[in-house]
Design a protein around this ligand. Structure first.
Ligand code: SAH
Ligand code: DHB
Ligand code: MG
Length: 210
């Protein structure tokens, strides 16, 4: 998209984020870090919310982790859920290179299990970034609502699935799950929300206080 390229071109290179992207490519990992423009938005939203406890579902190589941790209030922490230990190791390396390694804790394994453990432990969070397997999005959304402090922000990445969400010929499990996620984002009376259609789509919700 020419408009997305234009707004991206306004910004200079970011050394920490470039290092993460290069490390991801060098390991042969997929090039699916959050869009640059949405990474900047994550930092801003974490900062505006004054979040102290942030939770990320899907770490990959640490790109979004850097964006989230940059926005945290003093003493704030990021908990990052990642299926693959080698991905979490690389994410930690990139977070550390960015001076943010002390702010992050990784939980390895299926996020469904990590979320169940966090709930069991009575943990609460101010900010959620959902960006792992798309089939899990409805489950992750309901855990986020259950683990949310009042006023918490919940973000979902890739809610347009590169056109598959709106393609009526598509009805695979990931597409169905993301459609259900988007509809709940819009309809759930506990949430205030919007969905940004730029890049690959970003859902933004706030968990109402009352
Ligand atoms: N948030 C990252 C990109 C995440 S890509 C960024 O923007 O920088 C999706 C990640 O989710 C991959 O690292 C993948 O290993 C992880 N993942 C996939 N299924 C998962 C699951 N069931 N539980 C936890 N992580 C999962
Ligand atoms: C894709 C992009 C993502 O950001 C992601 O989390 C998963 C998949 C993709 O473009 O295929
Ligand atoms: Mg994504």
């Amino acid at each position: 998209m020419i408009d997305e390229q234009y707004v991206d071109s306004l910004y200079g290179e970011d050394a920490d984020l470039m290092r993460a992207k290069q490390g991801i490519a060098a390991q042969g990992m997929p090039d699916i870090s959050v869009a640059d423009g949405y990474g900047r938005l994550l930092t801003m939203l974490v900062r505006m919310n004054g979040a102290k406890e942030a939770l990320e579902v899907g770490a990959l190589g640490g790109y979004s982790g850097i964006c989230l941790a940059r926005g945290l209030a003093e003493g704030g922490r990021l908990t990052s859920l990642e299926l693959k230990a080698e991905y979490a190791d690389l994410a930690k390396l990139h977070m550390t290179a960015a001076g943010l390694g002390e702010k992050v804790d990784y939980m390895i394994g299926d996020a469904r299990e990590s979320l169940a453990r966090l709930k069991e432990a009575g943990r609460r969070f101010d900010f959620f970034f959902i960006d792992a397997d798309k089939e899990g999005y409805p489950i992750y959304l309901n855990y986020a609502i259950a683990l949310a402090n009042p006023g918490a922000v919940i973000i979902g990445d890739n809610v347009l699935l590169r056109g598959r969400t709106t393609n009526l010929d598509k009805a695979g499990p990931a597409v169905q799950a993301v459609r259900a996620f988007n509809q709940q984002i819009a309809d759930d009376p506990r949430l205030m929300s919007t969905v940004l259609p730029g890049y690959d789509g970003l859902a933004i919700a706030i968990v109402k206080s009352s």
